[in-house]
Design a protein around this ligand. Structure first.
Ligand SMILES: Cc1cc2nc3c(=O)[nH]c(=O)nc-3n(C[C@H](O)[C@H](O)[C@H](O)COP(=O)(O)O)c2cc1C
Length: 222
């Protein structure tokens, strides 16, 4: 965290800075909340908003934090810490929760209810997928880790749309997963996203993708 904060302080960027926090791979699951609180304490003054990442497939057990009771307890600890830090620093840092695409309808409904109850400020749907649907038989399809980009787009958008139905505008949604064009960004907006997040598309399309997405989303009806 210290090295990261030094890098962030050196950056020339002075716009919105979202900082993404997670637990260490070797912290036992029952102490996961301690890691999130420690990270939040470190980054809260540097961040425009903080993302609670419970959906990376690369940290063993991390996605178990999406289970209802576990998530409720975790968010409770983090929100309490955030409010304490707000008293100390005079600024309430917004919190976003980032979830996996590999969730069923019940899990999505549970997450929506927990986020609403804990008054989390935004939901990011989605992270990479454990599924290999759409890439079966291709070279490297059996590699470990999360799948990103075009093959996960439809599923990530379906999770986003399900959250939008559950939350009915109460919690802003950030769409991610397979945005490789402005049209893809507009699709996320149509499914309920107020903002989008790009990762794989930047690798294939470069920074021009950002402008294309902004323009496409501007054309969306409010
Ligand atoms: C190599 C790689 C590293 C990633 N690291 C993180 C991470 O540290 N935290 C996080 O929340 N998401 C992480 N992601 C997920 C992306 O931010 C994004 O949610 C996901 O890849 C789906 O979007 P995309 O199809 O545009 O890549 C990572 C994705 C990739 C491919």
């Amino acid at each position: 965290m210290d090295a990261f904060l030094e890098n962030a302080a050196r950056a020339k960027w002075r716009g919105v800075l979202g900082i993404n926090i997670g637990k260490n791979f070797d912290t036992p699951m029952e102490r996961a909340a301690d890691d999130y609180v420690a990270c939040l304490e470190k980054v809260c003054t540097a961040a425009s908003y903080v993302t609670i990442n419970i959906s990376s497939p690369n940290t063993k057990g991390l996605r178990g934090l999406q289970d209802k009771a576990v998530l409720d307890a975790l968010l409770g600890r983090i929100v309490t810490a955030r409010d304490r830090l707000a008293d100390r620093h005079g600024r309430r840092v917004p919190l976003a929760l980032k979830i996996a695409p590999d969730l069923d309808a019940t899990q999505i409904a549970d997450i929506a209810a927990t986020v609403r109850a804990q008054r989390i400020d935004a939901l990011i749907a989605t992270n990479t997928s454990l599924s290999r649907a759409g890439v079966e038989g291709l070279p490297h399809a059996e590699e470990q880790g999360g799948l990103s980009g075009a093959p996960i787009k439809a599923h990530a958008t379906a999770v986003l749309a399900a959250l939008a139905r559950e939350l009915a505008g109460e919690v802003p949604l950030i769409g991610a997963g397979g945005i490789l064009s402005g049209a893809d960004a507009a699709e996320k907006a149509a499914a309920g996203a107020s903002l989008v997040q790009l990762y794989t598309g930047l690798i294939y399309r470069g920074p021009a993708l950002v402008r294309e997405c902004v323009r496409a989303m501007d054309r969306q009806p409010a």
